[in-house]
Design a protein around this ligand. Structure first.
Ligand code: FES
Length: 477
């Protein structure tokens, strides 16, 4: 009898140039990759329901929740993207609260997916999630969304991942993806934490670094609580630290996720080191969920608009004072003693049947970035409201009792902010759903990126950050 020996060789990761996501070929085969992604659908935000199948406690007050789609479909996403969840925090009969969470699992295992939620003890939603989401819990989900993700193909796959605290979550998705794929890659992770022994995913990161020679992980502790045996780096991120772990940082694609202060510092240091802006990808954790550059640009634009509007408001206020000097005592500040309208000197008339916002409930942001539930504000009679600003259209804030003249190209959110009307915000790019408000009358044009559900639009809601007015508008804010 002849015995034939068949040798099965493991894929030689070194022979495959760079890193390529499994779906890239499909997209390329369709010609226009962007068009194909759109046509294929899964990479586009979708509404679906997902059932929790496992809950995994981790260090650093983080819990990982594993889900599967109830329609049995896999979830297609890019590593680093996030999902918007609707949590019935106030019961099934009340409007759910929306929150965005990065996907921490890899899209190469798409039949289940996970989010990793850090408990914010002052927050309204994350404690509820920790205490109530259990295997069997079904939630409404919208996504995937987000531009902070690995490219579909990267021939020079040299990455520097910077993460602070729970900013490690999208980075975990990227690392797990890279580890699951063959191909050349060179990945350096620098992970900052506040407390030794509290680094989420520590064991898995150590494992990945020990079995995958493409991945190196470095740790750094904040100044506090460094134990005697701590052998890694200490202190906040510095350029020396970056150069120590990645002397070739300016030849790498840098992905950074963490709190705003950490990212601002990282952006400055990377610039000093000579990393090209186009190689820097950043995402705020627990705050503005967007790239740092986009954030800075939009803040600048919003500030400019705010300045213009404040000038208009001040002018209107002056005219008003001059025309009605004896009636000053009838008028009150628009919002509160720190509000921008008072700073701008605007006297506001208390509208008959209207009300000034209640500081405890008036659409304020809660600690972890949510909007308090908007209650209907009564009949849409804005005839007695004071009008400020200049423009061809009128935007009436029903709860606040204010009318602002605006132009059709102005986004509603910055106008509201300038006028002292509080609308919760987060991403400011139509993805997270935080700035949802109710339209009482009028027409808007909305260019969102998946932050609102079809049934919410049908119910008259819209996202203030990415909407402009097409006609005079009355909103419940
Ligand atoms: S602030 Fe995120 S959708 Fe408007």
């Amino acid at each position: 009898m002849t015995v034939t020996t068949v040798s099965i060789q493991a894929p030689d990761t070194q022979r495959i140039r760079g890193l390529e996501m499994p779906w890239n070929r499909v997209l390329q085969a369709s010609g226009d990759a962007a068009g194909a992604a759109h046509a294929l659908g899964p990479w586009h935000p979708q509404e679906f329901t997902a059932e929790c199948v496992e809950v995994i406690p981790d260090l650093g007050d983080i819990m990982t929740f594993v889900f599967r789609r109830t329609d049995g479909a896999p979830l297609a996403f890019r590593p680093g993207q996030y999902l918007n969840f609707a949590f019935p925090v106030n019961g099934e009969d009340e409007d759910p609260l929306d929150r965005s969470y990065s996907i921490s699992s890899a899209p190469t295992e798409p039949w289940t997916f996970s989010i990793s939620v850090k408990r914010d003890h002052m927050g309204q939603v994350s404690p509820w999630v920790h205490e109530n989401v259990r295997p069997g819990t079904v939630l409404d989900v919208l996504g995937p969304v987000g531009a902070f993700h690995l490219p579909d193909v990267e021939r020079r796959a040299r990455f520097l991942f910077l993460a602070a605290g729970a900013g490690i979550t999208p980075i975990m998705s990227m690392l797990r993806t890279i580890h699951s794929l063959p191909g050349q890659a060179d990945v350096v992770v620098l992970y900052h934490g506040a407390q030794a022994g509290q680094f989420a995913f520590a064991k898995e990161l150590e494992y990945l670094a020990s079995v995958d020679e493409r991945i190196q992980v470095f740790w750094s502790l904040g100044d506090r609580n460094a134990p005697e045996k701590w052998e890694w780096m200490l202190g906040r991120l510095t350029s020396q630290m970056i150069e120590q772990v990645a002397p070739d940082a300016n030849g790498r694609q840098v992905y950074a996720c963490g709190p705003e202060g950490y990212l601002n510092n990282a952006a400055e240091l990377l610039k000093q080191i000579g990393v090209d802006e186009t190689s820097i990808h950043m995402e705020f954790f627990s705050g503005d969920r967007k790239t740092l550059l986009e954030y800075q640009q939009e803040v600048a634009i919003a500030e400019e608009l705010a300045g213009e509007l404040a000038d208009d408001i001040a002018d209107s206020a002056e005219d008003f004072y001059e025309s009605q000097p004896v009636a000053l005592e009838l008028y009150e500040p628009a919002f509160d003693k720190d509000g921008p309208l008072e700073a701008a000197g605007l006297p506001l008339e208390v509208a008959e049947g209207g009300a000034f916002p209640d500081e405890t409930t008036g659409g304020d942001s809660v600690a972890d970035g949510s909007a308090a539930k908007a209650e209907p504000a009564g009949p849409a009679d804005d005839s007695a409201f004071k009008t400020v600003g200049e423009g061809t259209l009128t935007l009436s804030f029903l709860k606040t009792g204010l009318k602002v003249k605006i132009n059709p190209d102005q986004k509603i959110l910055p106008i509201a902010k300038s006028a002292g009307v509080r609308i919760a915000t987060n991403c400011q790019e139509g993805m997270c759903g935080s700035c949802k408000v109710v339209k009482v009358s009028g027409e808007i044009e909305m260019n969102h990126q998946g932050g609102i559900r079809a049934r919410e639009v049908a119910a008259g809601k819209f996202l203030a950050c990415c909407s402009t007015a097409k006609t005079d508008l009355v909103i419940d804010a």
